[in-house]
Every structure is written in structure tokens, then in C-alpha cells.
Design a protein around this ligand. Structure first.
Ligand SMILES: Nc1ccn([C@@H]2O[C@H](COP(=O)(O)OP(=O)(O)OP(=O)(O)O)[C@@H](O)[C@H]2O)c(=O)n1
Ligand SMILES: O=P(O)(O)OC[C@@H](O)[C@@H](O)[C@@H](O)CO
Length: 432
């Protein structure tokens, strides 16, 4: 059953098409994507199909959809899911504000699912005709890491050749076995490549290939490029892709995918000083220490005016406070991030660094302004909005060596909190 996601679906597509005509994109013909996501993910050993397994509070398929949504010359995305997952898929589209996505139900095999998706691009369930794309990209929904420039290569090659596919070198030798389970012979590895995704096709090529292929193809086949050659005489252009094209197949691949996303979120941080001299001194010292830890740090006084642009491009904020009533400063950053809906797709980190500048050493380890309970309350509210708030307290020292060590500890703790993004430590008051 087709589930048009929202009114204006095709008008949004036409708007994107206008962008092509305006020459703002290098692709001047309609392109659509089919994401087969109707499998059960048996090889993960998990009850939840891998495309719906979550990491960093989002299901795997949402990362893949987001990847394609960011490509301006792709008009629409068809997601093919099992009938029992239709409602879950609609909920994911709604929760993460995915647009230009059409959901159709899959089949008992990958080829059947893909054909359902391809067909939906030219005909509605009630048989009404739809504006079919010139090129259709087919990409497994469990391959979240694909770059726009490679998609462009595949798309342009498909337009020229009729079909194109991503390949990768084999990492293990392929051998032929006897019926008794012994080695028959090994294949010359340099003669072979692994067929990956994305693949691209002139729409009519893949549509006709599926119309002509056999039941055996539908039941046992795994290669769309083969169908194009076998049934349409279209020989695909093969393009070696980057190593990021791998497919989530086993449970460990989900952990690998989470690690890659965390790494992309942890490249930089923005230190907000509030303008005080001591906070700025600490921020500049942190910038030096954290850059030595491969974290690029920007230092600003506040998040208003021109500085507000940091809210829409940064995933990590370090708020340095020297006043006892410091919650209000973190509260302001929190409200600005919530207002910008910044944490919709990825968790945002706020590290609240309380620099105790009092001369009285006895106050060195007293809790920062306000009670830790208030800190925990603020962090608990923030976590509901996918914003992770951590606290670090340090005492300002005039003694250079002591001060240097404190700054280094804050830098290391901040990098660790940003890179790990653990919900478990939110609201904690750590001592540097
Ligand atoms: N009937 C099917 C089977 C698979 N797929 C999709 O095809 C892609 C690649 O297939 P694969 O990695 O084999 O996924 P599963 O079939 O789910 O995995 P398994 O073989 O471990 O069950 C996945 O996005 C999967 O959801 C599909 O749309 N319809
Ligand atoms: O074989 P699986 O069902 O694990 O996954 C599908 C893959 O085979 C497929 O994505 C590529 O080989 C390209 O055709």
C-alpha cells in the first residue's frame, strides 16, 4: 500500500526540479532513489530488523534517508518496508521530519522489494500514472554512509550507459568448493570485485528488466546489474567506490556505524565565555590543549548576533562560567538549541565548566553555584530533548604549573565527554 507522506510531495519535487533548471545543480534530469528496507536482518541475531535498530537515539534507516535528503538533485525517495513495519516507518518519518519520502510495502525477497519500489515511481497503487524519473538510484537502506559526489558519478554513468554500479576490491580470496565440501579451485582475486551499492539505472531499463525476469531471479537473485544485462542487454559501468559503502549485516556493524557517526560529531567544539577575562583566559588555554587532542575549538563570548550561527553548525558547546549563579548561562544555551531544534537528528553536548575564581582555597571543591541537584534537574530536562549536559568544576590557580594541569584535565575530560556522548554521565559534576 503506498503511503504518500504529506501533501505537496510532488510540488516539493517540482521545486527541486526548478533548482536543476536554474542550473544550481549539475544534474538537469529527474532522479529518484529506492531504498530497499523490507528485510528481517536475520544475520544480526536481533529481533528488530537492523534497518530499525537505533544508535544515538535514531534508527539506522533515518541516517540513510537523511543522506539522500541532503542531495539537492534527488527529487524523491521511496522506502520499501515489510507490511508489518509500515506504521513504524511512518512514525520515523514523522519524528525525524523526513521529507519527499514515499513508503511502499516490500516483498518476500530483496528483488521483489526493489521492484515494488521501482514500480511505485511510475504508478500509484490505484494504477494512476506518476512522473517517472530519468534515472533511479537503488541503494540498500542499511548502507548509511554514501557521499553525494559518488552518487553523482553513479547517476551520470547510469544516464550515459543505462546502468552503473559501485564496486570494491575483494578482501578475501573466493574459492569454488566441491559437493563434498572440499576445495575445487580458487578464483584469481584480481579478476573479481565485490558488487556494492549505490547502483543507478535509466528508469525504463530496470523497470523492463524486472518485468522480464524469471521467478527464479526474484526468488534467488541478489544482483540488479545482472538483470539489466540479462534482460535488457544493458552492460553496467562499474565504478570503484570508497570503503564507506559497506553494508550493515552483522550486529557488530551497528556498533561500527555508531562509532563512525560519533566521530563525525566530535570534530569540533565551541567555547562560550560570557565575555569575562578569566573565562576567556581558560577558553584560550582549552583551545590550545584540545587542538593538541585533534579537536578544533572556536572561542566566542556569546551565542547572539553573528555568533548565533554556531547554533546551527556545532554539535558541542563548552560553557565557561565564573559567576556563582551560572545556571542561567547554560539555561540560555539550552533554550537556544531547543528553539533551533538543533538536536533533532543528533545528540548535542553542552559541557558546563564552572571556573571557581574565589581566592579562598577552602571553597575549591565546594559545589558550583546552586546545588548539584539543580544541575541534575537541568540535565534531566535537557536529555529529554536529546541534549547531553555535563558539569566540570575547577579552581583558578595563580600557580602556573597547577593551572596548566587543571586546564589539561578539563581538555581531556571535555574531549572524552564529547567523543563518548554517554547519557549515563549527564548531570554529573566532575572535578578537574
Ligand atoms: N525481502 C527483502 C530482503 C531484504 N531487503 C533489503 O535489502 C537490503 C540488503 O539486504 P540484506 O543485507 O540481506 O538484508 P536482510 O535480508 O534484512 O538481512 P538477512 O539476510 O541477514 O536477513 C536491506 O536493506 C534489506 O532490508 C528488502 O528490502 N526486502
Ligand atoms: O546479499 P545480501 O542480501 O546480504 O545484500 C544485498 C547485496 O548483495 C547487494 O546489496 C550487493 O551485492 C549489490 O547487488
Amino acid at each position: 500500500m503506498d503511503r504518500p507522506v504529506e501533501p505537496g510531495h510532488f510540488s516539493a519535487c517540482e521545486a527541486r526540479l526548478d533548482k536543476h533548471i536554474a542550473g544550481l545543480c549539475s544534474v538537469d534530469f529527474p532522479v529518484a532513489v529506492v531504498l530497499p528496507a523490507g528485510g528481517s536482518g536475520e544475520r544480526t541475531g536481533l529481533l528488530t530488523p537492523k534497518q530499525f535498530c537505533t544508535f544515538l537515539n535514531r534508527p539506522l534507516i533515518s541516517y540513510t534517508i537523511q543522506t539522500f535528503e541532503r542531495v539537492p538533485w534527488i527529487q524523491s525517495i521511496v522506502v520499501v518496508v515489510a507490511k508489518e513495519s509500515l506504521d513504524l516507518m511512518m512514525d520515523i518519518i514523522h519524528r525525524f521530519h523526513h521529507r519527499n519520502v514515499l513508503v511502499v510495502h516490500g516483498g518476500s525477497t530483496r528483488h521483489r522489494s526493489i521492484f515494488n519500489g521501482v514500480r511505485a515511481l511510475s504508478e500509484g497503487e490505484d494504477g494512476t500514472a506518476r512522473i517517472k524519473p530519468k534515472v533511479v538510484i537503488i541503494h540498500d537502506a542499511v548502507r548509511p554512509f554514501v557521499e553525494e559526489d559518488f552518487l553523482l558519478k553513479i547517476t551520470m554513468a547510469a544516464k550515459e550507459q543505462g546502468a552503473a554500479g559501485a564496486i570494491r576490491p575483494l578482501v578475501s580470496t573466493v574459492i569454488a568448493t566441491t559437493l563434498e565440501g572440499y576445495l575445487d579451485h580458487s578464483l584469481e582475486r584480481t579478476m573479481y570485485r565485490a558488487s556494492e551499492m549505490p547502483q543507478g539505472f535509466i528508469y525504463d531499463v530496470i523497470y523492463q528488466a524486472y518485468q522480464r525476469c524469471s521467478e527464479s531471479d526474484f526468488e534467488f537473485g541478489t544482483e540488479c546489474l545482472h538483470l539489466a544485462l540479462q534482460y535488457c542487454g544493458t552492460n553496467a559501468k562499474l565504478i570503484e567506490g570508497p570503503p564507506t559503502l559497506w553494508k550493515v549485516t552483522y550486529k557488530r556493524d551497528l556498533a561500527a556505524a555508531e562509532s563512525i557517526v560519533k566521530e563525525t560529531l566530535s570534530q569540533s567544539a565551541c567555547v562560550v565565555t560570557g565575555g569575562s577575562a578569566q573565562a576567556t583566559e581558560l577558553a584560550n588555554a582549552l583551545q590550545r590543549s584540545m587542538s593538541a587532542l585533534d579537536m578544533e575549538v572556536d572561542v566566542i563570548s556569546d551565542l547572539i548576533g553573528d555568533n548565533a550561527k554556531s547554533l546551527s553548525k556545532e554539535w558541542n558547546f563548552i560553557q565557561v562560567s565564573v559567576h556563582s549563579s551560572c545556571f542561567s548561562e547554560v539555561g540560555k544555551t539550552l533554550s537556544a538549541l531547543e528553539e533551533a531544534d538543533r538536536a533533532l537528528l543528533h545528540p548535542v553536548v553542552i559541557i558546563w565548566v564552572y571556573l571557581n575564581v574565589s581566592e579562598d582555597d577552602s571553597s575549591a571543591n565546594k559545589p558550583m553555584g546552586g546545588e548539584p541537584a539543580a544541575m541534575m534537574e537541568l540535565a534531566t530536562r535537557a536529555k529529554l530533548g536529546n541534549i547531553l549536559v555535563y558539569g566540570i568544576q575547577l579552581h583558578h590557580s595563580e600557580e602556573a604549573t597547577l593551572w596548566g594541569r587543571s586546564v589539561e584535565r578539563v581538555a581531556q575530560m571535555s574531549c572524552a565527554l564529547i567523543r563518548d556522548r554517554s547519557p549515563a554521565l549527564t548531570g554529573q559534576l566532575l572535578q578537574a
